[in-house]
Design a protein around this ligand. Structure first.
Ligand SMILES: O=C(O)CCC(=O)C(=O)O
Ligand SMILES: [Fe+2]
Length: 298
């Protein structure tokens, strides 16, 4: 949906909300609640570019104001909702399709999120920089090698290249969460037999080793896994508690969020990458936080 196609009153409302310092998520959320279709997020994004917030109006995010959807008690409402009837979502050159949705846990599979050339470019940028993937030890907070995660990976800072900036803007438009809430983009490579055993992407707040990761950007609230390759055999993303298996398809993206109503962590979101049996698997993971995540860690 193009900003220029909206009714003048709506354009005016959007301009003043943005000039007044409302965040993208707040504006999109208000419009969805008013009954607009999710594609309205496109128009909001365009409006942000053409009518950026005034320099002297601090954003409600920065003030921690109550209008900020992401600072609510119940952060799951900050994501747009999708259903089987959502239809095509126009994101720049990509016409994204919703393939299926599950409500609990909240899972959505999108087809055609990335173009083939974008998948190939991300793989080529990463191939020579892979190091063994690590996991955070929830007891003492160190990042360590474990047999439960045997992929190789690398990461890119937000906006590190024009392609990455473009994909991050697309994610923000699709999900209705500002790109500033995203961790660096992780590129993961699974050769034959590599896997990521079932785990949660959120950090258990009860565990002492998680306090440091939680202090930067707050809790993780959702994950977008972008498939950069097909896999000849094996390598599905699995949700063992609900019996779901998603076979990687180049260009598709799997979204799931794990803060259930009333801000409770959703333990049904247990998921993993099953072992690759033939061929190789490449993915890009974008983890989203409840608050802004710094560009460079202190
Ligand atoms: O490899 C997969 O399919 C799952 C990856 C994953 O769980 C993650 O990146 O958090
Ligand atoms: Fe994960």
């Amino acid at each position: 949906m193009e900003f220029a196609e909206l009714e003048p009153e709506l354009q005016q409302w959007m301009r003043s909300a943005i000039k007044g310092g409302q965040s993208r998520a707040t504006v999109v959320d208000a419009l969805l609640k008013a009954g607009y279709q999710p594609a309205i997020a496109n128009a909001v994004e365009q409006c942000f570019h053409t009518h950026p917030p005034a320099d002297d109006s601090p954003s409600t995010d920065a003030k921690g104001g109550t209008a900020t959807v992401l600072s609510r008690q119940n952060p799951d409402t900050c994501f747009r909702t999708f259903n089987a009837g959502t239809g095509k979502i126009s994101l720049g050159a990509q016409q994204v399709d919703v393939r299926f949705t599950i409500k609990q846990p909240n899972i959505v599979l999108f087809a055609n999120f990335l173009a083939d050339w974008e998948c190939e470019a991300l793989v080529e940028m990463s191939r020579s920089h892979l190091t063994p993937s690590r996991v955070v030890n929830a007891q003492h907070g160190e990042f360590e090698l474990k047999s439960t995660r045997t992929s190789g990976g690398t990461h890119f800072a937000r906006g590190e290249t024009p392609l990455i900036a473009d994909i991050e803007a697309r994610i923000a438009r699709l999900l209705g969460v500002p790109d500033t809430h995203g961790e660096p983009l992780q590129i993961l490579h699974y050769p034959v037999s590599a896997e990521y055993r079932p785990h949660y992407d959120f950090f258990d707040p009860e565990k002492p080793g998680n306090q440091e990761v939680l202090a930067t950007g707050g809790q993780r609230i959702g994950t977008l896994i972008m498939y950069l390759s097909d896999v000849e055999s094996g390598g599905a993303t699995v949700f063992p508690n609900i019996g779901l298996e998603v076979q990687p398809q180049k260009g598709a993206a799997l979204f799931f969020s794990y803060i259930s109503e009333h801000g409770k962590l959703d333990f049904q979101s247990l998921h993993g990458g099953s072992p690759v049996l033939a061929g190789e698997k490449w993915i890009a993971s974008k983890w989203l936080r409840a608050s802004e995540y710094p560009m460079y860690l202190p």
